[in-house]
Design a protein around this ligand. Structure first.
Ligand code: F6R
Length: 235
């Protein structure tokens, strides 16, 4: 795992943006794996501002809450449209279908989309408990796209976006760790002290399903861009 240390969230966004643009410019057809949450906000702001060419780019998002309509302002489809897809012309954009009548079929369909559009660069955030996408501690490293329950830690972290904690969905569709590991290249970003323990585990801990991000130690092409606070517990 290659680590790029930056001063703060602003520098993180700039470096990650440059990396993403270089991958987008590298080929005629590109697939980006994308994430939601607070971590990528600065990157998406730079994309809105600088408007790099994207009409040859297909995007595949990591996850979606179960039970939220795409028009619900806390759904990840809404987030992505609002932050990025309404502003730049992508070739195609995929987010898991959290309101599918048959969720198992939706998971299988999503794996087929990933197989048909191999991810060139996967952008990842990291949870305070070491989750990647919504793969919580204990998730098998070869998991495909699946329905998963969210842990108390994740529900608490995400409740900041909802009026009350009871409104936070308790389950999601998520790309599995196995699906994520298929990406040719992975870029994980982390900012702030709250991520320091998870970053330490990921970079220096044993590879264990108790910390999903440690799976990345087994991927050949991972870059972590993290700020001083997120790296503060590392050697
Ligand atoms: C989002 C996702 C999550 C977040 C993680 C960190 O699509 O899959 O794993 O990346 O929860 O969230 P933030 O960036 O809000 O700290």
């Amino acid at each position: 795992i290659k680590v790029i240390a930056v001063k703060n969230a602003e520098e993180l966004a700039q470096k990650a943006y440059e990396k993403i643009v270089s991958v987008m410019e590298s080929k005629n057809e590109v697939t980006l794996g994308l994430a939601t949450g607070g971590s990528p906000l600065g990157i998406y702001a730079l994309m809105r501002e600088n408007k790099p060419a994207t009409s040859h780019v297909t995007t595949i998002n990591l996850d979606e809450y179960i039970g939220l309509e795409p028009t619900h302002d806390q759904s990840y489809r809404y987030f992505m449209n609002d932050q990025l897809f309404n502003h730049l012309p992508f070739k195609a954009t995929y987010v898991p279908d959290g309101i599918a009548a048959d969720l198992q079929k939706a998971c299988g369909d999503y794996e087929a989309i990933i197989a048909a559009n191999p991810v060139d660069l996967q952008l990842l955030g990291i949870g305070e408990n070491g989750h990647i996408a919504f793969n919580e501690p204990g998730t098998s490293f070869d998991s495909p796209t699946q329905v998963t329950g969210l842990t108390e830690s994740t529900i608490n972290a995400n409740s900041r976006y909802f009026e009350k904690k009871e409104d936070v969905p308790t389950s999601a569709i998520t790309m599995g760790i196995g699906s994520i590991m298929k990406a040719k290249e992975i870029l994980l970003i982390a900012s702030g002290e709250k991520k320091a323990e998870a970053i330490k585990q990921m970079l220096e801990g044993n590879v264990t399903e108790a910390c999903p991000a440690t799976a990345l130690q087994h991927h050949a092409n991972v870059t972590v861009i993290a700020d001083e606070a997120a790296l503060s517990l590392c050697q």
